[in-house]
Design a protein around this ligand. Structure first.
Ligand code: URA
Length: 247
């Protein structure tokens, strides 16, 4: 698509106009036409490469750059950009959600749409803000048409998420929603596990982690907000007991 046209569409989207998805996918090898010689194409899904790639990221900037450059197949082909984080990289609390949606894809920051606004209010209820948390997702690209990220895509991004945790080295992790909970624990069942403290290993220690409902789910089930309010009180109490390692 013409660059000028794309920038007009992008501007309309920022202004709230519902522009259909017309972005072309990132260049892929052309499909073989009948009678043509088979063309040797590069492996389109470099899943096995993510664990190798993260090894070369020793700083947050390097990790962000590796994520931005990563070819995650369909999701990174269709997304406008990698959505990596917002908040304070020096924060003690790391919030890990699912995957960017439309607003996040446009703005390049996680949790900035309706569910993000609710997340901010939930965190704000115990005095947390972008200055005191680091917010990211287990998947860094918006899945096409807001479908759920599939298990392959989640697994593919996981080495980046694990390295992300090691580099941020938070005192407390909040797992936002079922996908984040399952991706990082290998377990299912957010309904029965929310509000229960678990630990996630990183940097040779066990980091306390709290699974909570996803705000998008709470928007559909507002009666369950009372559970999240309890979880926030539990988080607040825990913050008070975990020694601050940031000095
Ligand atoms: N939902 C998520 O899980 N993450 C976002 O960034 C936005 C919506």
């Amino acid at each position: 698509m013409d660059k000028a046209l794309r920038s007009v569409l992008h501007w309309w989207e920022i202004m709230g106009v519902d522009v259909p998805e017309v972005r072309p996918a990132r260049q892929r090898p052309a499909a073989k036409k009948q009678g043509q010689q088979a063309v040797k194409t590069p492996d389109p899904l470099p899943a096995a490469r993510a664990p190798e790639i993260v090894k070369s990221a020793s700083t947050l900037e390097e990790l962000h750059a590796r994520i931005r450059d990563f070819d995650a197949g369909e999701i990174s082909d269709h997304a406008r950009q990698a959505v990596i984080y917002r908040g304070n990289p020096a924060a003690r609390i790391m919030i890990i959600g699912e995957a960017p949606g439309r607003d996040e894809d446009i703005q390049g920051r996680p949790f900035v749409g309706r569910s993000g606004q609710l997340l901010d209010r939930i965190l704000g209820s115990i005095g947390l803000s972008e200055d005191t948390v680091y917010i990211t997702n287990v998947v860094f690209w918006r899945p096409p048409n807001n479908r759920n990220p599939n298990p392959g895509e989640i697994t593919e991004c996981l080495p980046f998420t694990q390295r992300h945790i090691e580099i941020i080295n938070p005192d407390i992790i909040v797992l936002v929603g079922a996908v984040s909970f399952s991706a990082l624990t290998g377990r299912t069942g957010i309904m029965k596990n929310r509000g229960g403290w678990i630990t996630l290993p990183a940097n040779g220690r066990d980091i306390p982690a709290l699974p909570i409902y996803h705000p998008a789910f709470l928007l559909r089930q507002p009666a369950l907000k009372k559970d999240t309010w309890r979880d926030m009180l539990s988080l607040k109490a825990r913050i008070g007991t975990v020694p601050d390692r940031t000095g």
